[in-house]
Ligand binder design. Sequence first.
Ligand code: PLP
Ligand code: COI
Length: 341
Amino acid sequence: MEKKNVDWGNLSFSYMPTDERYVSRFKDGAWDEGCMTKDPVVQMSECAGVLQYCQACFEGLKAYTTEKGQTVVFRPDMNAERLKNSCERLEMPVLPEGRFVESVEKVVKANWAWVPPYGSGATLYIRPFMYACGPVIGVAPAKEYEYRAFCTPVGPYFKGGVKPLTIRVSDFDRAAPRGTGHIKAGLNYAMSLHAIVDAHHQGFDENMYLDPATRTKVEETGGANFLFVTKDNVVVTPKSDSILPSITRRSLMVVAEKYLGLKVEQREVLLDEVKDFAECGLCGTAAVISPVGKIVDHGKEICLPSGMSDMGPVTKKLYDTLTGIQMGRIEAPEGWIHVIE
Ligand code: PLP
Ligand code: COI
């Protein structure tokens, strides 16, 4: 089979329908066996739980073509576990881990021609998601659900690729204490849309959200966790119960410690100490690691010493090692690389 005729090097992070997607229905207390479909359109009741009360959650992971030409996905078991946590918090049925991984395998296999070639700079983004399609009018969980997984080839999440970003401290909050910030619920993103549109209007790439209770601690951005590097090369990431446990961030902490021999810390990070860091980056499946050059706090500029033209040196090493593992140039820790046969 031939790869699709796509300008892989110039893709942005946007949706391009591919050939097939996976779909499975939950009804009468059980999942059906699931199947592939060519139809990208979903139909449901006007009273579906997702439309009325936002009962939906999703995941995001990527498939890569390695240096040796294999097609692989990165840590799908971690996404399965996070989807389970999202479903439990939203009173949705859990899709067993085996079913999740099988759906990812099937989607990547069926759309092999859309997996960008090695060295193209693009990857195949896989979007598994679940939503309540059964009708509800009183506030309650629905009784019927659909799980789907589709994929789309993507380029960099932020325009300009790995150019350092300028972000602002947001006046809006993303997630309440004891709320849903730690799960991948669509409602968290609906909450952030006004803040991101406003940030873009003001010329910023993203929002830095603070902890809503005290507004003194750094949480995360709308679509990625923070990594900071101190002047003596310690990799620091914020600890909070209301941020999404990023698989990329957790992987990078292992990379920093085990591959690069750096000290790592997961702890509360005060906004006041951000000015003392040497480097800052946003990490996530879509963002990979995107360097931050400047953080603007209500007119007060915090300029990271790493500057506005390149990634800081530690961020660069983290980026090169993680992407090296994903593309098969560097040996991966046990279980991180799932080969699609
Ligand atoms: N934080 C938020 C709010 C996100 O949407 C994402 C993206 O999934 C991340 C962090 C990064 O998580 P991961 O590395 O698992 O993609
Ligand atoms: C991801 O990185 O997979 C996400 O879901 C982030 C989203 C903002 C695209």
